[in-house]
Design a protein around this ligand. Structure first.
Ligand SMILES: N[C@@H](CCC[C@H](N)C(=O)O)C(=O)O
Length: 281
């Protein structure tokens, strides 16, 4: 089985080319591939499959040639992955499966079609505008932190830390508790703190994330969009540009009236072949 390894601000993925949807990908195999000691290692898997050849992509085949079949490292599915979409597009362009013709490149996902463009070294993806829909809480190490539930195609809970709490000192070695009545399918939890002023943007936020299905990661693109939208609301704004710093680097989030652009580096670092039989033995 051929694979390529890539990452966006340290959110890393194993990319599996499967144009005709012929791979027998199971949750067990995905978890084995993502195992950082016995497998290739990654926060998730991106299967590159023609939309027409995947049951979840077929309805979108008229709008996008390629479907991003995203899996978390524990073998669960997610509707959307912002950094994954950016790395997916980097892969399509690097392998010639898509041409950088100046127009936005459509990619089908379980959360609908997203559109990507190349911005110098960065790849930007246009997703749905984050929908802030509820107040909720996350509990972590004896703390109960109020937050905002946000739908970015997948579920998020954004919890700004109270003054005096150190973002870097949070122990994200175990999952935060959340209200399953608000998040029946689980949730990605972002913890945030204000950043120093940055030129050229409307605000700057620092974030760490505990991802549903992947534990703490160095970055989460949809999480950054959720954080950007909450920070803009807290500034009294509907739209604007936010710099969101994650442990793996900086993402730029632009919230417009209708959509949200996520921009940042997307890099392919290795390629090879793996033997599923040895991984699952
Ligand atoms: N890291 C991703 C989000 C991946 C999916 C998430 N863990 C979920 O289950 O919703 C991103 O960059 O958006």
């Amino acid at each position: 089985m051929e694979f390529t390894k890539g990452h966006g601000t340290g959110n890393d993925f194993v990319i599996l080319p499967d144009p005709d949807g012929a791979l027998d990908l199971t949750p067990e195999l995905v978890a084995a591939i993502c195992d950082r000691r016995r497998g290739v290692g990654g926060d998730g898997v991106l299967r590159v499959v023609r939309a027409a050849k995947h049951p979840d992509g077929a309805a979108l085949a008229g709008e996008a040639e390629w479907f991003m079949d995203y899996w978390n490292s524990d073998g669960s599915f997610a509707e959307m992955c912002g950094n994954g979409a950016r790395v997916f597009v980097r892969y399509l362009l690097a392998t010639g499966l898509a041409e950088p013709d100046g127009a936005a490149l459509p990619v089908a996902t379980r959360a609908g079609v997203v559109r990507a463009r190349v911005e110098g070294d960065a790849i930007a993806v246009e997703m749905r505008r984050p929908r802030l829909y509820d107040a909720s809480t996350a509990a972590l190490g004896g703390l109960t932190l109020p937050g905002t539930a946000v739908d970015v195609g997948n579920p998020h809970l954004v919890c700004p830390l109270p003054a005096g709490l150190d973002l870097a000192a949070l122990d994200l070695g175990r999952a935060p508790d959340f209200d399953p009545a608000v998040f029946p399918a689980g949730v990605n939890v972002e913890f945030t703190a204000p950043g120093e002023p940055v030129a050229g943007v409307d605000g700057h936020v620092l974030m760490r994330v505990y991802e549903r299905g992947s534990a703490e990661t160095l970055s989460c693109g949809t999480g950054a969009c959720a954080v950007g939208a909450v920070a803009l609301r807290d500034l009294g704004r509907d739209t604007g540009v936010m710099a969101v710093d994650v442990p793996g680097g900086r993402l730029t989030v632009t919230v417009t009236d209708d959509t949200c652009w996520l921009s940042g580096p997307a890099v392919l670092v290795a390629a090879g072949a793996l033997d599923p039989a040895t991984l699952t033995r």
